[in-house]
Design a protein around this ligand. Structure first.
Ligand SMILES: [Zn+2]
Length: 209
């Protein structure tokens, strides 16, 4: 299973640099590096599935249609909902305050998960669950499962950065669950400084904090 860090790397692979959205995963080598680090095989098909999964997850979380154009459709139509894991991908809790996640994001996830099974196999200490998915799609499936796992384990903790100009996501592990920025250093300070400027302009006097 992919860990939270791997999931966040994937979600945060489209940072805004100098006001422009960059897609680090557009670079085949960059994406292959991430894939191999996490047990992937590299290669065209795998990359296409990973981009599809990432685009869909980003759109689910930001609540807006996303990504440059239609995600690729390398697979044929398969049976849906074949993943036999209770609660693995419930769609009920993904709609958040920002609005309905768009249908194409869900369709993207459905394509990634089509025909995937989890099967029990006996092991020394009981049973182990094995994921059965086409090899080139396996890592994309794991990415979606890692996302579903975070949603279940840390409900309400994964969200877009509070800076509307930022495209990153954060996973808030603080007790109070009040983190708003992908990073205090960048977005947090920038917005605080801007608000402070606005405030001092309004009140035009010291000591009114
Ligand atoms: Zn940010």
């Amino acid at each position: 299973m992919l860990d939270d860090q791997a999931l966040m790397q994937a979600l945060n692979s489209t940072p805004v640099v100098d006001g422009r959205r960059q897609d680090l995963w557009q670079d085949d080598q960059e994406l292959d590096r991430w894939a191999r680090e996490h047990g992937g095989l590299g290669g065209d098909e795998e990359r296409r599935w990973l981009r599809t999964a990432r685009d869909a997850l980003q759109a689910m979380e930001s609540g807006e249609p996303d990504g440059p154009g239609e995600p690729g459709e390398p697979g044929g139509p398969g049976e849906s909902d074949a993943l036999g894991t209770p609660g693995a991908a419930s769609t009920a809790d993904v709609a958040d305050a920002t609005g309905e996640p768009d249908a194409s994001a869900e369709a993207g996830l459905r394509r990634v998960l089509a025909g995937v099974h989890r099967v029990p196999r006996p092991s020394g200490s009981g049973i182990e669950w094995h994921l059965e998915a086409p090899a080139e799609r396996g890592l994309a499936v794991e990415l979606v499962l890692a996302w579903a796992d975070v949603k279940e384990r840390l409900p309400g903790r994964l969200r877009p950065c509070g800076n509307p100009e930022c495209r990153l996501f954060l996973l808030d592990r603080s007790r109070a669950n009040t983190a708003r920025w992908c990073s205090m250093k960048t977005c947090g300070n920038r917005l605080k400084a801007r608000r402070h400027q606005a405030r001092t302009r309004e009140t035009s006097g010291p000591g009114t904090e």
